[in-house]
Design a protein around this ligand. Sequence first.
Ligand code: CO
Length: 437
Amino acid sequence: MIGTSATAAGLGEFIDASPSPFHVCATAAGVLDAAGYTRLYEEQNWPSAAGRHYVIRGGSIIAWSGGADTGAGFRIVGGHTDSPNLRLKQHPDRNDAGVGVVALEPYGGAWLNSWLDRDLGLSGRLAYRTATGVEHRLILIDEPVLRVPQLAIHLSEDRKGVSLDPQKHVNAIWHTADAEPDILSWVARRAGIEPVDLLGWDLMTHDVTPSRIIGAEQDLLSAPRLDNQGTCYAGLRALLDADDQVAARQHESEPVGHRPARMLALFDHEEVGSGSERGAASDFLATICERIVLAERGSRADYLRAMASSFCVSGDMAHATHPNYPDRHEPNHRITINGGPVLKVNQNLRYASDSLGEAVFAVACADAGVPLQRYTHRADLPCGSTIGPITATRTGLRTVDVGAPQLAMHSSRELMGTHDVPMYSAALQAFYLSTAR
Ligand code: CO
């Protein structure tokens, strides 16, 4: 396998620092800053010289390295920053049965049973009034504050479990005092904001249990939000490792030829369909690519030529074959934990892969020296989707859908293999360095 800086422990740290999409962007920005990237703002003019930059739009971030060589275009790794969870409503407080209850609303396809009986913290973004206008800031309360207790088995009708109603059964308890503290004021004070000045909030819950490497051989990573911070982290390390590789080759004065710009594009709102100002269905990626070309004095035609030369690897996690449910998987397509990156193909375009994209990713895995697994969903089960078909539709970029294997997708606590983290990142790095398209 080619050299990579990605590790399972590193992924665990990344995830633990990033309970909300906004925090994924902040964590990635911190890593990019330390590596010499500079942040650009969409409201401002951009430098004409090629460089290493990033832009944040809410819970989405795009980072890139190198200039827009029109003939080479962009090599893009895409992913998503959001994960299913439980989020605060507008008037969340009430007092039921003598306990303080916070009303929560499921976001995305949360596997609701997995959110019960866990110690939950809070994170997200607050908008508040200041002397000069409105500002916003991130908030992270990484302490057990909330809990959704499940029903005692003795109170269930048949002791076989209960079906969970997203309106009634996922509200959290957070105090027993007679006084009625309200959670938004409590959060505002924790953020140093006068409660009366709090005007808006994107607040969500997370399990405060840290990620952990487990198993007799220490070859499993138990963590929240692997879908899809597994890709955010692997793509980020791949981008920086590819930078180092290109710099080393230039240092050895090996001719580098026409190199595409390397880009990492991580979008919010994938779990709810990608339709927002910052989702994969927005203009974000196309706008950033066009502005890079225009800032370097290129024309609109140059931008369109660059896009025609570009390629996108859409990374999202993949379903490993579950040992307790082997019948839920397509025969002859066993996907193993620690078995290497996964190519995802669906004839009805839930994934964007086609034969050309399959070849590009197969070359990347071969260049990286890692095995490639090929996934197809059973035809009689509904297949999930990714940002792949959406970005392809929005931008015309040739796209392939890939991932790393995991179990328990959309649970509040997921599971993947420790060896898959460096293998996945190495394959993405090889894609950045390859010229196959
Ligand atoms: Co996903």
